[in-house]
Design a protein around this ligand. Structure first.
Ligand SMILES: Cc1cc2nc3c(=O)[nH]c(=O)nc-3n(C[C@H](O)[C@H](O)[C@H](O)COP(=O)(O)O)c2cc1C
Length: 271
């Protein structure tokens, strides 16, 4: 996928579709691309296209399409973050074809989606998305929803990213080669737009942390805010690659001192 920053910048959640069915060509492109998707945790995600009428699927926030895509993944360690990375690759590829998506973790009849996904005992379907061509104008409900969750507000760069210590905010100027990849993290979608990603850049590496917020689905198997982290890792990694940076993925907590409530997730280091 080329032009990754363009797709990241132009993507937004689409909840109002224009009623046209996806062309066969577009569905085939999505299906072919889905087969190639990988994540740094090497946990595969299977994508399945589902018709709402056929499977009794209901998503009260989206109008104008009957097509949905779900992702299923084997439950193991790091399932949620791995899923976030892979499903976001699909979302960005859809964007590159002019196809609208919305990450759905809550506003759907989940059990009908899970049945339609034909999950085996060791699999989960963390999230799904409607698929269709965006309508020219958003529904009033969609506009109100965006306002209510402040969907168009991004936290400042300096509040999210740090310079070798959580006590020292990182400026865009100082971030140097990491500026664009981190800017693209800032534009990532997150559940209720809480933007829980934090990162510390230090010694040729960037370490990612989750700043947990209350009130999000978190069971033994499914951790909604870790999905947000996977999306952030995806934006960072794909952008860095497009900038020509050769990165190695690491799970090695540098244990920076912090009094805020952050949890280490993963790091990328210049290879
Ligand atoms: C893990 C995850 C779960 C989400 N679940 C829902 C959902 O159930 N319903 C919904 O309407 N939007 C959902 N969203 C979309 C967010 O509300 C949206 O990404 C955020 O408000 C930012 O807006 P944007 O995507 O237009 O940039 C979810 C997003 C993520 C990342």
């Amino acid at each position: 996928m080329n032009n990754i920053t363009k797709h990241i910048k132009t993507r937004r959640s689409v909840r109002t579709f224009d009623g046209r069915e996806l062309t066969k060509e577009d569905i085939n492109s999505l299906a072919e691309f889905a087969k190639t998707i990988e994540n740094p945790y090497k946990i595969p995600v299977d994508f399945k296209f589902m018709n709402a009428k056929e499977h009794g699927l209901n998503c009260p926030v989206s109008v104008g399409t009957d097509l949905f895509v779900g992702g299923k993944i084997k439950y193991t360690e790091n399932t949620s973050v791995a899923f976030g990375y892979s499903f976001e690759m699909f979302v960005l590829y859809a964007q590159s074809l002019g196809i609208g998506t919305t990450w759905l973790g809550g506003t759907m009849n989940r059990s009908a989606f899970e049945t339609a996904m034909e999950l085996s005992d060791d699999e989960i379907m963390p999230c799904a998305s409607p698929l269709g061509y965006p309508a020219k104008k958003m529904s009033i409900r969609e506009g109100m929803m965006r306002k209510a969750i402040k969907a168009d507000e991004s936290l400042p760069f300096e509040n999210l990213f740090f310079d070798c210590s959580f006590a020292k905010p990182l400026s865009k100027e100082k971030a140097d080669k990491w500026t664009l990849p981190l800017e693209m993290v800032r534009l990532a979608p997150s559940a209720v737009n809480k933007q829980p990603w934090r990162a510390v850049a230090c010694d040729e590496a960037v370490h990612f942390y989750l700043n947990r917020r209350k009130g999000f689905a978190r069971t033994e198997k499914l951790d909604m805010q870790m999905i947000d982290m996977g999306i952030a890792l995806c934006h960072f990694d794909l952008t860095a690659k497009e900038c020509g940076l050769n990165l190695a993925f690491e799970l090695n907590d540098p244990k920076f001192e912090t009094n805020s409530d952050v949890e280490y997730v993963a790091s990328f280091r210049l290879a």
